[in-house]
Design a protein around this ligand. Structure first.
Ligand code: NAD
Length: 481
């Protein structure tokens, strides 16, 4: 099929077990970034809807907390299986609303289901401790309990995986959730809610709102019902929500932007690194917090790397995600498209060379070609602001200490990549890089069962692994005489 044969599903809010469709609410358009056509309408929550979602989360909290963790896990695993059963229609809607290639959308459905399974298995492992006490002091227990109702906010770049793992971790821990996914990509998030409800999630345990982000976040975070705030998205919005949470003395979990450095030493197989870098840069059209951006390449191999990587990027096919020959879809929205040209212009003005791509065309969809900028000075915009698009920049280095200092120089601290055949260096470098996740001789960070998170302004806390469930647990000391 093509993007124009839409078949995009109707979008409904989920408010304390009630579905609210577009007919009875103000709506916003959902656009297909491959064609710029309006493919659907998302209903916008009213103040009453937000209040009802909060009431549901508060009312359902105690019963969900007291539901056996095995039963919570079983619901999550049933929902994961329903996502797998529905993978084709969900992936179709995802490609329509986000633009990513259909095969990647299928992969995102499968990956999300696997992550939900993984988090479900953590539900019964919320162990506490029993402390030995001397003499007649009785028993001392430290138990874990769910933190309480969670307000969650998720972006459009992984429109199923990010809500999926956030919601699954909180539900596994025994928390109820009110989530506001991105208005640009609502169908993927609604598919998650549908799967959970169909799997047996009780009313009120999950509410899903779309609407005015500021109104929803201010209302939810200020409400005494909400006990934890969890956000994935930009650093600016993350800081804003953390300030709101600070005013209400509520804990926050933030997964924000990244600006991943790639350290390519002179002992590598240049062709192999360039080939891997191509896949990593094209993935999700560069709209990933872990996307490689700053390629620091050793002087001895820089020219060779730039030539090969540039050749591969220039040959990459950009197009509609339903076209089987497409290797990279459009940018997901006009904001990302508009953000690209200034990165290129600024780098060129500062002396960089455009080796591949460099200019987009939004006449049909938000298409920006895979772009390589070479010899980019450190003060260029692209070397310190997250492009969140298919732009890679290279710079020469000669010395390990120098390149580590440059890699660590930004306020970001999410992901970094090291390519070297030297075993000592491969062990040493990950320790020296001030980030939450490092991959050596491969791209990609995170896996279904692992910690996933950043440092510095990239945020704190984990989106994955057992740590993700612990984000939604608190300790309680119980002393018994
Ligand atoms: P944005 O900050 O405008 O929006 C990000 C998300 O936050 C959206 O879903 C939006 O609805 C929501 N949001 C915005 N204002 C809000 C508010 N006041 N309260 C609650 N939610 C609010 O960014 P954008 O233009 O959508 O994306 C661009 C930037 O976002 C990128 O440069 C990148 O740094 C960052 N981003 C990061 C991730 C990630 O995985 N960490 C994902 C998507 C975007």
């Amino acid at each position: 099929m093509t993007s124009t044969e839409s078949g995009y599903p109707d979008i409904e809010l989920l408010v304390d077990g009630r579905r609210i469709g577009a007919a009875t609410r103000e709506t916003a358009a959902v656009e297909n970034p491959a064609t710029r056509e309006v493919i659907g309408r998302v209903p916008l929550a009213t103040a009453d809807d937000i209040a009802d979602a909060l009431a549901g989360a508060g009312r359902a909290a105690e019963a969900w907390r007291d539901t056996s963790p095995h039963h919570r896990a079983a619901i999550l695993m049933r929902a994961a299986q329903l996502l797998r059963d529905r993978r084709e229609p969900i992936a179709r809607a995802m490609t329509l609303e986000n633009g990513k290639p259909y095969g990647d959308s299928l992969g995102e459905v499968d990956y999300t289901a696997d992550i939900i399974d993984s988090l479900a298995t953590e539900a019964p492992r919320a162990y506490g401790v029993v402390l030995p006490t001397a003499g007649d002091e009785g028993r001392t227990l430290v138990v874990t309990e769910p933190v309480g109702p969670v307000a969650a906010f998720t972006p459009w770049n992984y429109p199923l995986t990010v809500p999926g793992r956030k919601v699954a971790a909180a539900l596994a821990a025994g928390c109820t959730v009110v989530i506001k996914p991105a208005e640009e990509t609502p169908a993927s998030a609604v598919a998650l809610a549908d799967a959970l409800v169909d799997a047996g999630l009780p009313d009120g345990v999950l509410s899903m709102l779309f609407g005015d982000p500021a109104q929803i976040s201010e209302t939810l975070i200020a409400s005494p019902v909400i006990r934890k705030v969890s956000f994935t998205g930009s650093i600016g919005v993350g800081k804003h929500l953390a300030r709101l949470a600070g005013d209400a003395a509520k804990p926050v979990m933030l997964e924000l932007g990244g600006h991943a450095p790639v350290l390519v030493f002179d002992d590598v197989d240049v062709d192999e690194v360039a080939r891997q870098a191509l896949g990593a840069k094209l993935h999700n059209t560069g709209q990933s917090c872990g996307s490689p951006v700053r390629f620091y390449v050793h002087q001895a191999v820089h020219a060779q790397f730039v030539a090969r990587f540039g050749e591969l990027l220039a040959a990459a096919r950009t197009g509609d995600g339903f076209d089987e020959t497409t290797e990279m879809g459009p940018l997901a929205n006009s904001r990302r498209f508009d953000a690209m040209a200034p990165f290129v212009q600024d780098a060129v003005e500062r002396g960089a060379t455009v080796v591949a791509g460099g200019a987009g065309d939004d006449s049909v969809g938000y298409y920006w070609p895979a772009t390589l900028l070479a010899d980019v000075p450190d003060d260029a915009l692209v070397m310190h602001d997250e492009p969140f698009g298919p732009i890679a920049a290279t710079s020469v280095f000669t010395d390990e200490d120098e390149v580590v200092a440059r890699a660590n120089a930004l306020p970001y601290g999410l992901a970094a990549y090291v390519f070297t055949k030297d075993a000592d260096r491969a062990l040493r470098l990950p320790r020296r890089l001030d980030v939450g996740m490092v991959s050596v001789n491969r791209f990609g960070v995170g896996a279904r069962d692992t910690f996933f998170g950043g440092r510095k302004e990239s945020g704190f806390g984990s989106e994955g692994g057992p740590e993700a469930v612990h984000e939604y647990l608190v300790k309680k000391l119980i002393s018994q005489g």
